[in-house]
Design a protein around this ligand. Sequence first.
Ligand code: VTB
Ligand code: MG
Ligand code: MG
Length: 327
Amino acid sequence: MIDTRPTRNLALELVRVTEAAALGAGRFMGRGDKIAADRAAVNGMRLVLNSIQMDGVIVIGEGEKDEAPMLYNGEKLGTGDPPLVDIAVDPIDGTRPLALGLQNSITTVALAPRGTMFNPGPYVYMKKIAVGPQARDVIDIRASITDNLHAVAKARGEDVKDLTVVILDRPRHEDMIAEVRRCGARIRLIPDGDVAGALMTALPDSGIDVLLGIGGTPEGVLAACALRAAGGNIQGLLVARNDEERHRGDEAGIDFHKVLTMDTLVSSEDVFFAATGLTNGDLLRGVDYFAGGAVTDSLVMRGLTGTVRRITSTHRLSKLTQISAIE
Ligand code: VTB
Ligand code: MG
Ligand code: MG
């Protein structure tokens, strides 16, 4: 007989990881010190990740591109007991907005069975297209933006002018933005934070339908974990930063034309994802401190069941000696 009893949902433990990161790093809002903020987030994450019953290894430890204090790739975390898992973290996606007190900074983590997460190596940039459930089967990153937007609109039973596309505000996206404008779709330019941007495509009422553009590869893997649980889709292509990187990639046999599908980015449905807001944003509210405590706002998602939970927590910091030691 098949065992249909509910199984452990690691995402409910992961939310404590992002909450700890947020409680520590949230203190740095607007204080102009990105490195100190990232360090606080990393310390909070590591502390709680190590308390989880799992044998985890960091596959996505953001930090290289942004020169942030990292949870380094290959670092082992957890109690060392089964399950064997890959871990992806972005302790802060949006260190700049956090350091400047601007919107949409989040902390995020994902888990998947060992060996199922894409390891980007040194290739820190990825071209991405992400959409929600209604358009999951119609995107093709090799096709033009125009074709993709028409396909997405059709799948949603809408006109292209009804679509809102979120794009990182970067000079490298000038041509892409011009093409989206020619199509007549609406654009939401964001200064940072394409994990949240990608995830919003799959959340009802977010007002965002498509994410386009070149962002971080680590962020692409995290977004894939979240979109897998939310029923959306993402495709990517690795992008070399310069001729030298392209040349080295060619020599190492990297195919920059190979489409990174959802299955390549995370090949298992058994994924867990959590994110907590650092500053107020479209997806989540930021940390709100009060005398002796703080309130956090988080999203918790599980691939196997597709459950998306929103968790608002009140923390009694005066009782949390370890977390206060992080601050
Ligand atoms: C994006 C964005 C991140 O990196 O992934 C971006 O979502 C891409 O790199 O918040 P550049 O900033 O170099 O364009 C971040 O901005 C930082 O991790
Ligand atoms: Mg970061
Ligand atoms: Mg980031």
